[in-house]
Design a protein around this ligand. Sequence first.
Ligand code: ARG
Length: 475
Amino acid sequence: MTEQKSIKSTHSKFKNTNQSWGGRFNEPVDAFVARFTASVNFDKRLYEHDILGSIAHASMLSDSGVISESEAKQIIEELQNIAKDIDTGAFTWTEDLEDVHMNIEAALIDRIGKVGKKLHTGRSRNDQVATDIRLWLRDEIDEISTLLTSLQEKMINLADSEHQTIMPGFTHLQTAQPVTFGHHILAWNEMLERDYGRLKDCRVRMNQCPLGSAALAGTSYPIDRHHTAINLGFDKATENSLDSVSDRDFAIEFCSFASILLTHLSRMSEELILWTSAQFQFVSLPDRFCTGSSIMPQKKNPDVPELVRGKTGRVHGNLVSLLTLMKSQPLAYNKDNQEDKEPIFDTVDTVKDCLRAFADMTPAIQINKKEMFEAAKSGFSTATDLADYLVIKGLPFRDAHDVVGKAVAFGISENRDLSEMTLDELTSFSSNISEDVFDILTLEGSVKSRDHVGGTSPDQVKSAAERALLKIQNR
Ligand code: ARG
């Protein structure tokens, strides 16, 4: 009710000059409705790709004999001039012309007159916008792939140089078994490796050209869809015109990739935040990645990882927005789809910033080897090694587990690690224990013994880092 009132009250102020569909209308579009339905304020970001699509369309129209060669030439030249004007800021956008497509088309008609009116032959804004976002997102995907690869390279290098550094490995955030820091960082890299694969898959499915689908049913002009598709670097033309103008799966897929990536980055962020705390002190971040507190003089806060962790929320939100946007939409195009752009733009911007933040931070992480080592020593992290030792000496695993449990209880009461007990003390728990036990009770012995593909031994980590590097170099 209130909305209706406001629509009426602004009606007299109507200034809309959009003539694109003027023929059928008895009264001009209401000023509020014009503002409400306009998207140019955000979709002008697509201008470069909109013009690329229009140039390919004009060239196809002339090759197919729908417009003349000289008309196509005139259209293409002026579209290039418009692109330059937009680049330099000399172009005036107007909300009255609703979106990026109509702003550019109106400028073309304004500048070259009648010939400009021929550009929209055999197409609709529906296939035009579907093409534009794909072209735009494809370029962004390529940039994101490069950023992701560069972050992976930095992580792999860090893992390689820390392949011998010992830290506690955790389950339930309780000290579990010693691992190498390089192994931990390579675990991060594996997450990113899968993210990269998802991004590539998404690009493959996205790289099909909707142009020629027109409003929904195709067009009666003798167009050559293959021509435009190849010209624009697509692998092929899409198969079904109804699907082409309404499909936004590629955007959902991209946002799913981004959501999983941000989930991964949030896990890494969380670990950096924990590790930089006074309670862990495993690593320090240079001051340039941190801020202080206005009240507590001692504070140095890990703002960058905290913000990456926080930004995960908006990226997940964008995915949910798109899924909800598409849910229950009947075929074919619906105006709802105009709402796809802001979540996509925001996701791209956020992903690029977060990857950059991590790529800058990763080589700058300062590792406090001593603290990590001490922490690994303090939680009976070699207890499993002692149990495995007893199994090799002939005890069934369950009995070995029980023996070690008793030794750990003794260690807790004495405040001593297993490696700090005497041989006599240890043999009191099992006569199977002899002098060689100390080889495996040390942290170095423990990590060294996990010497298989995917294990944490320094040798394995070194070769895993080499393999990982080779993989990204061969992309
Ligand atoms: N601005 C519109 C969008 O982003 C372009 C397509 C409009 N098509 C239409 N028939 N109203 O979706």
